[in-house]
Design a protein around this ligand. Structure first.
Ligand code: AMP
Ligand code: TRP
Length: 324
């Protein structure tokens, strides 16, 4: 299967990004052809610093490799280095009904959050994401469930294109990691863990071990004593169970069995220990790779070349079928 996914290069990656998205990429890389994209053109739709963007792109590429992405097996590249993405986005925009864009949850949330920065790019964000996906004629898109609506949009635009201009684009399916689809903030387990939610609610992937343990110990839990998965009544405990089971590669049920009879504090200690055990070697690898900038730049350059080999023929077909 050919798969595609992307993450915006905005700040450090957190455990939500890892569990919801990157872990799936790595789990899928042996049996599939993975195409992974650092979506800088999406990153500029919310406030950002041009100086920091390049650094964020490189550190994100470094992170993926440190986390275990095998760049021999998959393609890793930067969105703006393959100009077919912007071109296809423009063309798809011409068959996108305006109303569909304003209704998107992420647009509504982000335009509320950055009232001073509502731009057409933010509104058109799903069109560019559809272009990312459709350029590569892929089968599946592994993402967290917050992105499901955008993938559905890409599917419907592909179908519309094919109806209007003849069979051209492949309609992909969305692949959501059921248990870890949404990791919640440790301080407010009814809200999603997010990059902007820094501080005690969010654990970055390469954070130091003492700080990771502290944040887990301070995580908001629920009334009661039993360690049981119940998202409605026990959102805090359920979130910790999800995190634990993802890092241990076991099911939630198995995690519940392991934690049976334990106190909340003992449970948290184990969650913290598991995170530290798994993340420490990854952090060491990240620090080591950080000093190999030329290598990372070369990986991205090769990724661009390989991505364009797939993207170019799609664009030739799209232009021809649209009469351009
Ligand atoms: P973003 O940081 O919003 O660009 O998200 C990058 C990827 O991580 C997307 O596939 C998201 O669905 C996923 N993701 C972001 N935050 C979370 C979270 N709290 N839980 C699970 N997945 C997440
Ligand atoms: N919109 C995604 C996010 O905010 C990132 C993204 C851009 C993406 N293009 C994509 C994800 C294509 C999957 C496929 O997380």
């Amino acid at each position: 299967m050919r798969i595609f996914s992307g993450i915006r290069p905005t700040g450090d990656l957190h455990i939500g990004n890892y569990i919801g998205s990157i872990k799936q990429w790595i789990d899928l890389q042996n049996e599939n052809e993975g195409i992974y994209c650092i979506v800088d053109l999406h990153a500029i739709t919310t406030p950002y610093s041009p100086k920091e963007l390049q650094e964020n792109i490189l550190s994100q590429a470094t992170s993926y490799i440190a986390l275990g992405l095998d760049v021999e097996k998959c393609i890793l590249f930067v969105q703006s280095s393959v100009r077919e993405h912007s071109e296809l986005a423009w063309l798809l925009g011409s068959i996108t009904p305006m109303g569909d864009l304003g209704r998107m949850t992420q647009y509504k949330e982000k335009s509320k959050k950055h009232k001073e920065y509502i731009n057409a790019g933010l509104l058109n964000y799903p069109i560019l994401m559809a272009a990312d996906i459709l350029l590569y004629k892929i089968e599946s898109v592994p993402v967290g469930d917050d992105q499901k609506q955008h993938v559905e949009f890409a599917r419907s635009i592909a179908k519309k294109f094919n109806r209007q201009f003849g069979e051209t684009l492949k309609v992909p399916s969305v692949k959501i990691n059921k248990t870890g689809a949404r990791i919640m903030s440790l301080q407010n387990p009814r809200n999603k863990m997010s990059k902007t939610d820094s501080g005690a609610g969010c654990i970055n992937l390469f954070e130091d071990s003492t700080s990771i343990k502290k944040k887990i110990m301070k995580a908001v839990t629920d009334t009661g004593k039993t360690i049981k998965y119940d998202k409605v009544k026990k959102p805090g405990i359920s979130n910790l169970l999800t995190i634990y089971s993802s890092f241990e590669d076991i099911t939630i049920k198995e995690a519940e069995v392991r934690m049976k009879g334990k106190k909340y504090s003992e449970f948290k200690k184990e969650v913290g220990a598991s995170l530290v055990e798994k993340l420490e070697p990854l952090r060491d690898r990240y620090i080591d790779l950080k000093s190999r900038r030329v290598y990372i730049e070369e990986v991205l350059k090769q990724g661009t070349k390989r991505a364009r080999i797939i993207a170019e023929p799609t664009m030739i077909e799209v232009r021809r079928n649209m009469g351009l």
